[in-house]
Ligand binder design. Structure first.
Ligand SMILES: [Zn+2]
Length: 149
């Protein structure tokens, strides 16, 4: 990835008033925002994380205080943050259940068996497995996964 020089973002009269570490921070922040927007444009939600709608129609719906892009699902009208960097993000399930789900998935156990083991319903287990497998895919093939979407 290209490192973007802070001088690309700052007017010379502003850049002159900042220390180099401050310019560096501004530059990192801007890079983060650009990255968030890029992910927002390329990431495709198979299911709405709020209502579980399959292939939901999502529209941009403002930003959080932290600058994260929010999306709104047309099916349920609920908003959520576009952040798929963490497996447990926007999950109501605990880390312990996720750990069990990963083990069950790696062992090739069925959705039904997995659901029973971690005490969630089949649909939740299915969504969790799907999210996990997608996460693994993005981790292993980040460029292909983004381009395909
Ligand atoms: Zn929804």
């Amino acid at each position: 990835m290209n490192t973007i020089n802070s001088s690309n973002f700052l007017l010379p009269n502003i850049a002159d008033k900042l220390c180099s570490y401050q310019k560096e921070r501004v530059s990192l922040m801007i890079n983060d925002f650009i990255e968030i927007n890029k992910q927002m444009d390329s990431y495709h939600f198979e299911y709405c994380p709020k209502c579980g709608a399959y292939h939901p129609v999502l529209v941009k719906a403002g930003k959080t205080k932290a600058g994260k892009q929010m999306l709104k699902c047309n099916a349920c009208n609920k908003r959520f943050v576009c952040d798929h960097g963490q497996l447990t993000f926007y999950s109501h399930q605990s880390q312990a259940k996720w750990n069990d789900l990963i083990i069950q998935t790696q062992n090739g156990n069925s959705i039904l068996k997995t659901a029973a083991k971690i005490n969630v319903n089949e649909f939740t287990a299915f969504r969790m497995r799907h999210k996990y497998l997608h996460f693994i895919e993005v981790m292993e093939y980040p460029i292909q996964a983004y381009e395909r979407d």
